[in-house]
Design a protein around this ligand. Structure first.
Ligand code: NAD
Ligand code: TYD
Length: 340
């Protein structure tokens, strides 16, 4: 079996490639990544010499390149490549539309031309918009994205659906809740808080800190996608989540407690525009129809994650100094103004 995985030098994609090469030792993986600020070859250093893994630096918007790569006997395409950070999508929406919509279309065209047996679009619960105090996102929840990030992901999802309906391309769309774990870029909440707290720096909390996200340990996301690749019914959408809803303040206090750092680091800053209040996944479909079950609950997952960031300080300090500081200054200088 030959897989083409896009975005495999990013957070979830690299975890997925490592996971799949362990689970299916006879599979061949072509890993395509443009190495944007979020892509990092260090994430896949362990498989540098693995003959079953080939890394190709390429942009998924490059239709000719995708055609060439998928034309080399690829059976399955798994599309992780995306611009993925909501705050960045507020600063520069155009690159989100380019990669998340047009890039997806370039991949779909190549997948259609070469008759792949499965195209899996890795999407997000954020396409459903925001929840009130009750209820959960099911696969039937209407798409109501609120950020340029989630709108561009919804656009990609709709194209994937259309290629199944119009051309009969065998597709699945997965919509997972917030992930956390090793190799997450330190712009996202959990690694940002761990790294800032370890440096005794202020921890920026948007709004009242009571927004809720539903957290899933990245390895559980990988196992769900593995299952969808092999067992997913063509054309179906599968929500992925482990019923781990937590407020942002709960997450931050848990990290502070485990690191032995004071709550005085918590700093309420300017609200994120269009900030979704609550996400919560109903995972009943993938659990009952495909038999998926997560292995980690939030308490074990966050402990393992904190331990990983403590053990891999070099990984994130290097990223912060090379790729992150100018962005942090731009994104947060105004946010911190007049707050405490
Ligand atoms: P990430 O930002 O860490 O990684 C994205 C990767 O895609 C990077 O390696 C980057 O270099 C690559 N990339 C970006 N644009 C590209 C392009 N035009 N061509 C080729 N490669 C390109 O993101 P992530 O958190 O690992 O998310 C991966 C996927 O999972 C995304 O599609 C995201 O929407 C989805 N998702 C993420 C979460 C989450 O909590 N992080 C939850 C649900 C779904
Ligand atoms: P994030 O990790 O950006 O994921 P998403 O917005 O895609 O769910 O943010 C998770 C939550 O944490 C979200 O409610 C915004 C909040 N947040 C902060 O309060 N401060 C921060 O500096 C960041 C990055 C996020």
């Amino acid at each position: 079996m030959k897989l083409l995985v896009t975005g495999g030098a990013g957070f979830i994609g690299s975890n997925f490639v490592l996971y799949m090469l362990q689970q299916h030792r006879d599979y061949e993986i072509v890993n395509v990544d443009a190495l944007t600020y979020a892509g990092n070859l260090e994430n896949i250093k362990a498989i540098e010499q693995n003959p079953k893994h080939t890394f190709v630096k390429a942009d998924i918007c490059d239709a000719a390149k995708m055609d060439e790569l998928i034309g080399q006997g690829v059976d399955i395409v798994v599309n992780f490549a995306a611009e993925s950070h909501v705050d960045r999508s507020i600063l520069e929406p155009d690159v989100f539309v380019k990669t998340n919509v047009l890039g997806t279309q370039a991949l779909l065209d190549a997948a259609k031309k070469h008759n792949v047996t499965k195209f899996v679009q890795v999407s997000t619960d954020e396409v459903y918009g925001t929840l009130g105090e009750t209820g959960l996102f099911t696969e039937e929840t209407p798409l109501t994205p609120n950020s340029p990030y989630s709108a561009s992901k919804a656009g990609g999802d709709l194209l994937v659906r259309a290629y199944q309906e119009t051309f009969g391309l065998p597709v699945n769309i997965t919509r997972c809740s917030n992930n956390y774990g090793p190799y997450q870029f330190p712009e996202k909440l959990i690694p940002l808080i761990i790294s800032k707290a370890l440096n005794d720096q202020p921890l920026p909390v948007y709004g009242d800190g009571l927004n809720i996200r539903d957290w899933l340990y990245v390895e559980d996301h990988c196992s769900a996608i593995d299952l969808v690749i092999h067992e997913g019914v063509n054309g179906e959408v599968y929500n992925i989540g482990g019923n781990n809803e937590r407020t942002n303040l709960h997450i931050i206090r848990t990290i502070l407690e485990q690191l032995g750092k004071p709550e005085s680091l918590i700093t309420y800053v300017q609200e994120r525009p269009g900030h979704d209040r609550r996400y919560g996944i109903d995972p009943a479909k993938i659990m009952t129809e495909l038999g998926w079950k997560p292995k980690h609950n939030f308490e074990t997952g966050i402990r393992e994650t904190i331990a990983w960031y403590l053990d891999n300080k070099e990984w994130w300090t290097r990223i912060q100094s090379v790729k992150y500081e100018p962005y942090y200054a731009k994104q947060y200088s105004q946010r911190f103004e007049g707050t405490q």
